[in-house]
Design a protein around this ligand. Structure first.
Ligand code: UD1
Length: 367
């Protein structure tokens, strides 16, 4: 029987919840005599347990077959290290397909490396665009899609973006959202974090804050103004802030000015989503979190000028506020005085995306 070897690339935290359902679907087919084999390649872009191995454990992802151990660095340093090491792997032990997810540096670096060596590329979460070239993720999305053979998409907007870029209909597969597969599969397992009682948290009575974009956190004064708006605007309710390693550096420089916020370590998946599910609202500059709040029906305020996931705004519970502290104050006032839109769940965000992807890969690879 002819089999096909797929490299599944995982690099940074937001990749892990996207690969888990694909791996599960591949394992299901394998036990049913499937012809798709996989090799799990971790680039090592995120390496702290709290940013990486904790997620593998909680989500039941097997240990990586290969770890490229690239570690931290500038955008170019990380890209170069991933490319050099992944190319070496492909030369020594070639795969038949490189499957990348999302938009982190590892996604782009592996896609380009594979395609240059003649290994076709599948991109999960293809076609989304913010139009904001100041974010490295936007460059990563464009560069990845420029070398992708099969595009797996989360929305009609993504399909339209790809069509406009000249991608043929036969290469676009609207499958839904693997991140939501993971959320739905774990909804009954979400776990109250150990600090819940110490911080006096009550369901619907606190805020969750996540911020790590350079545009928000790298400049101390601006970051301090945003934090002040949050402390005032949340009107004495606790605001829990799981702090990304990048953000911690700026917070330490700000010192005492951040009293009123509860800083905690980056949370594992089950604890983080427990916090989100029971929050009054989430304030964030993440992309993925806006999809999870949409599915959980939790009000979400995004501190960015644009989004590559417009359905979280047009269909879901998200609002794009920009990065002006005044806009945040106004939105918090509105939340307390009028409440928030309820939102609905976008098409095909139904928990079955991983299985759809694997079914399509089988038919494309064994045509
Ligand atoms: C990456 C992704 C971003 C995602 C974010 C959060 C890109 C371009 N960006 O950004 O889309 O939202 O992850 O998960 O890929 N660090 C550690 N331990 C780690 C990893 C990082 O301490 O395990 C520190 C390092 O000092 C590093 C900094 O965090 O310099 C930033 O890490 P990096 O991987 O460069 O990008 P993120 O900001 O995490």
């Amino acid at each position: 029987m002819r089999t096909v070897l797929i490299d599944i690339i995982a690099g940074a935290r937001p990749n892990f919840m996207k690969i888990a359902p694909i791996i599960r679907a591949l394992d299901d087919r394998k036990s049913a005599g499937g012809r798709l084999r996989y090799r799990l390649v971790h680039t090592g872009q995120h390496y702290d347990a709290r940013m990486s191995s904790d997620f593998f454990e909680q989500l039941g992802i097997p240990s990586p077959d290969v770890n490229l151990e690239v570690g931290s660095g500038t955008q170019a340093e990380q890209t170069g290290a991933v490319m050099t090491r992944y190319e070496r792997l492909l030369i020594e032990a070639r795969s038949d397909l490189c499957l990348v997810v999302g938009d982190v540096t590892s996604t782009m670096a592996c896609a380009i490396t594979a395609q240059k060596i003649g290994v076709p590329v599948a991109h999960v979460e293809a076609g989304i665009r913010s139009g904001d070239w100041r974010m490295p993720e936007e460059i990563n999305r464009m560069a990845t899609d420029a070398v992708t053979n099969w595009f797996f998409t989360t929305s009609e907007t993504a399909n339209d973006n790809l069509r406009r870029a000249g991608v043929g209909e036969e290469r676009i597969f609207f499958v839904g959202n693997t991140m939501i597969d993971t959320l739905l599969a774990n909804m009954g397992r979400l776990r109250r974090p150990s600090f819940w009682q110490d911080l006096g948290l009550e369901s619907g009575g606190y805020f969750v804050l996540t911020m790590h974009r350079p545009s928000n956190v790298d400049e101390e004064r601006h970051f301090a103004q945003l934090l002040a708006a949050i402390v005032e605007g949340t009107r004495g309710l606790p605001a829990v802030f799981p702090v990304h390693p990048r953000t911690r550096k700026t917070l330490e420089a700000l010192g005492a000015k951040i009293q009123g916020l509860h800083l905690v370590d980056p949370q594992p998946y089950l604890e983080f989503n427990y916090l989100v599910r029971h929050a009054k609202a989430v304030i964030t500059d993440s992309g993925g979190v806006t999809e999870e709040t949409t599915v959980m029906g939790v009000p979400c305020m995004t501190l960015r000028d644009s989004t590559e996931r417009p359905e979280t705004v047009t269909i879901g519970t998200n609002e794009i506020l920009g990065t002006d502290p005044e806009a945040l104050r106004a939105a918090l006032d509105r939340l307390f005085s009028e409440g928030w839109k309820k939102g609905e769940i976008p098409e095909k965000w139904d928990g079955r995306t991983g299985a759809r992807i694997v079914g399509i890969l089988e038919s494309c690879l064994f045509r």
